[in-house]
Design a protein around this ligand. Structure first.
Ligand code: AMP
Length: 395
């Protein structure tokens, strides 16, 4: 793996694929700068060595040149985070873009316009990728969030750089975090999979069974398992088509020596709303008109023991409908447990979608070992797939 470390980039020009696909409000202000902050380390590293940086990114899913999705909206934020001026080019490929890149001096940063103004980007067009490659002397991929896409700027471009292509610091950290869970993690390794549906997590579960010692199942997935074991789940979210899968999974886990932990009690609600009547109930005895929306106190006590004993933890998916304040307690309690275990030396990775949102919302960000910046890319990594963006750097 070619990382940025121990290379001399002075007087050299990087074309860096960053993921500046940040959320904007109606006034085009950046409402969450996490992704810009995440790219800072690589950019600073190259600039501090006397190199220069041409930043290429997408923003949203424009159909053609849509000024609402211009990267010019975020210049102020990139300047604020990097603490230096950032030039902008209103194109990303072709003579104008090349001239802007050419004019860049050591220590300077140039942000190019939205790559997805061109359909060639997502099509993985080779000529377009070649055009992008002309913007720098070497290529850095630091866009983990799009590393699972074989787009021109994330994958195809790499072939034009022979040896001169590098993992950015963020990409490197994400890859190492996944490796710590799937390959090199200290045992016992615990995966906590929550969220809405079993069907969306099948490949992850199957891939992880060979790597883990414990599996906590939480969230809406629980009820498919509870029903599979003969329980009554009322109106809880339940995927009848996956009952056989749930049974097979429990068999497989047993054969592989993986201990599955399911909730004992849950918080049930009279309907799917924050203000619904609620009560504690055994996970297998939910009355017909009720539905499970959160983990119960006995469950949380049992999970705490497993979390505290683990040495490596992956957390993907909330334990309940945390968007409803009244059903967020289980997810918050689990976050606290993982934070406590992390403080005691456990490696914790939070990755893939809604658990990241929960961790941020409830203030656990600084208390986890690593929080992934990539939803789909992290899920595909956990599924055991080699991401095209990563494969291209290794080719
Ligand atoms: P995922 O994207 O698969 O991680 O799913 C996250 C979603 O699962 C969140 O929006 C939660 O509200 C939802 N969820 C968690 N527990 C439940 C539950 N018991 N019933 C319905 N939805 C749930």
């Amino acid at each position: 793996m070619h990382t940025l470390s121990n290379n001399d980039f002075s007087n050299r020009k990087a074309v860096i694929r960053v993921d500046f696909n940040v959320p904007l409000n109606d006034s085009f202000q950046v409402t969450d700068s996490t992704r810009i902050l995440a790219a800072k380390e690589s950019i600073d590293y190259i600039l501090n060595q006397g190199g220069s940086c041409v930043l290429i990114s997408h923003l949203g899913r424009p159909k053609g040149k849509d000024s609402n999705l211009s990267l010019s909206h975020i210049i102020y934020k990139v300047e604020e985070i990097l603490g230096r001026p950032v030039a902008f080019c209103d194109d990303c490929v072709g003579p104008k873009a090349e001239a802007a890149a050419e004019a860049l001096n050591p220590g300077e940063v140039l942000l190019m316009e939205n790559l997805r103004y061109y359909p060639e980007e997502t099509a993985g067009d080779v000529d377009f990728a070649y055009g992008l490659s002309k913007l720098g002397d070497f290529y850095v991929n630091d866009a983990f969030g799009t590393a699972h896409r074989a787009h021109a700027s994330t994958t195809i471009i790499a072939q034009f750089f022979d040896e001169d292509k590098y993992f950015g610091k963020l990409l490197e950290n994400e890859v190492i975090a996944v490796q710590k869970v799937l390959e090199t993690g200290e045992k016992p390794v615990l995966a906590i999979l929550g969220g809405a549906k079993v069907s969306s997590k099948i490949t992850i579960i199957e891939n992880m069974l060979d790597k883990i010692d414990h599996l906590i199942i939480g969230g809406g997935m629980v009820y498919t398992f509870a029903k599979a074991m003969g329980g009554k789940v009322g109106k809880s979210i339940c995927e009848d088509d996956y009952i056989d899968f749930a049974l097979q999974l429990m068999e497989k886990a047993k054969a592989k020596g993986v201990k599955i932990h399911l909730p004992i009690d849950v918080i049930i609600a009279a309907d799917f709303s924050n203000d619904a009547n609620k009560k504690i109930c055994s996970v297998s005895e939910i009355p017909d008109d009720w539905q499970g929306l959160d983990a119960g106190p006995e469950t949380l006590k049992a999970f705490e023991t497993v979390v505290m004993n683990a040495k490596t933890i992956l957390w993907n998916g909330p334990l309940g409908v945390f968007e409803f304040e009244n059903f967020a307690a289980g997810t918050i309690a689990l976050g606290e447990q993982i934070a406590k275990s992390t403080a005691a030396g456990t490696f914790s990775l939070v990755g893939g979608g809604d658990s990241v949102a929960a961790v941020k919302q409830f203030g656990f960000e600084a208390k986890m070992s690593y929080i992934s910046t990539g939803g789909g890319a992290m899920l595909e990594s956990l599924e055991g797939k080699t991401l095209p963006g990563i494969a291209a750097l290794l080719a």
